[in-house]
Ligand binder design. Structure first.
Ligand SMILES: *Cc1c(COP(=O)(O)O)cnc(C)c1O
Length: 376
């Protein structure tokens, strides 16, 4: 993916570890069904978009001024959302929240603020190692087992060996869709903190899962940062808002390295307005979960291996068992689908592809096209 060989000119004083690299990103090609980046496929309801437009237009004349550096209103709105929806009855304050331009910026800021080595499971979100590299840190991978589940004992002995100061844990995991059970998560978090490390729990897909948030562990574990985003379930990927939830000391430490005025006034206004419609924005999550189960069962009945997903995407493989495409690479199947107007994601795991749950029509088109390919 990002490892493609590249020819940077000699005169560019590029950092050595970047010389072999190309900019990372999912292909943004046009297709009838774009099922490749795990967005919520439903457009914003009219009442939500008009409320965002109203808020922004009321304040446009103030764009001559810098935004609120501490994003006070947005942080309060996020804290309210988290106390109402993520951990009902919780009492998090604005001081426990830090928003940025997508959770990727939050993650990068964490890596800038804290020293030492980084570790995480593999396969998992490919941006974690890339962000570590960008901030000059080593990233050690701890492999998941062949079903993409956690081997808890092996993981803990690796953590004891590596003593990472930052440990990434993604649940539900991307690209597998699997969640890590709460009791196992607690043991991982404890193992990391025993060596003085911080655990970053990336809950980008938390709203699609039945499991409780790792926030519950914050009561007993100060060395925990939960990172969430409005990009996935919340149907707000274009708004670029993600946030960290942690103890106040941790949030204060992030302020040491954040860019001043990092969140534009427009983003802050849009975020507050969107959060006041949280219920409406999340209302399609149930439908997406129903479609996820439909897609999973269709894929299984076509003979594919499907990883059980708690997110809004599905990792599927087992091409060997499907006669017509037996021997095909992921890339080959990916291209055949794209030629027929369906864009999904090759996540770099041999023999697997990831499909995002889309609108019912898009999901049906994907299955129809896949059926055509394998019955040739
Ligand atoms: C999509 C994703 C993110 C972040 O996205 P932002 O749009 O930057 O908030 C973070 N973590 C994981 C695991 C993701 O899949």
């Amino acid at each position: 993916m990002s490892e493609k060989s590249s020819n940077w000119p000699e005169w560019l004083p590029l950092r050595q570890e970047l010389r072999s690299r190309m900019p990372y990103g999912a292909p943004q090609v046009s297709a009838d069904s774009r099922l490749n980046t795990n967005e919520n496929p439903y457009p914003l309801p009219d009442e939500v978009s008009s409320s965002i437009a109203r808020e922004i237009s009321l304040h446009l004349s103030e764009l001559n001024r810098y935004p609120d550096r501490d994003a006070v209103k947005l942080r309060a709105a996020i804290a309210n959302y988290v106390n109402a929806f993520v951990r009902p009855g919780g009492d998090l304050k604005s001081g426990n929240i830090w928003p940025a331009n997508g959770s990727n910026e939050v993650l990068q800021t964490i890596l800038l603020a804290f020293e030492g080595s980084v570790a995480g499971f593999s396969p998992s979100y490919s941006m974690h190692p890339l962000l570590a590299m960008g901030t000059g840190k080593r990233f050690e991978m701890i492999p998941l087992d062949s079903n993409f589940s956690l081997d808890l004992d092996a993981a803990i002995s690796q953590i004891d060996l590596l003593k990472p100061s930052i440990f990434f844990l993604t649940t539900p995991n991307n690209p597998t869709g699997r969640s890590i059970p709460q009791n196992e998560m607690r043991l991982i978090v404890d193992a990391v903190s025993n060596h003085g490390g911080l655990t970053i729990v990336d809950e980008a897909y938390g709203e699609f899962s039945e499991d409780p948030s790792a926030l519950e562990l914050l009561d007993t574990t100060p060395s925990l940062i939960v990172v969430r985003t409005m990009s996935k379930a919340f149907a707000f990927a274009g708004g670029r808002i993600g946030y960290a939830i942690a103890r106040e000391e941790v949030i204060s430490a992030l302020q040491l390295v954040r860019l001043p005025y990092h969140l534009s006034s427009i983003t802050q206004l849009a975020g507050v307005a969107a959060l006041s419609h949280a219920q409406e924005l999340l209302k399609e999550v149930g439908q997406i979960k129903i479609e996820r189960e439909w897609l999973s069962s269709q894929l299984r009945s076509l003979g594919f291996t499907v990883v059980k997903s708690d997110a809004n995407f599905i990792l599927f493989g087992g091409f060997k068992e499907v006669t017509a495409i037996s021997g095909w690479s992921s890339d080959q199947l990916w291209r055949e689908l794209l030629d027929r107007g369906v864009l999904i994601r090759d996540v770099g795991i041999k023999g697997f592809l990831r499909v995002t749950v889309g609108l019912p029509d898009e999901n049906r088109r994907f299955i129809t096209v896949l059926r055509q390919i394998i019955s040739k």
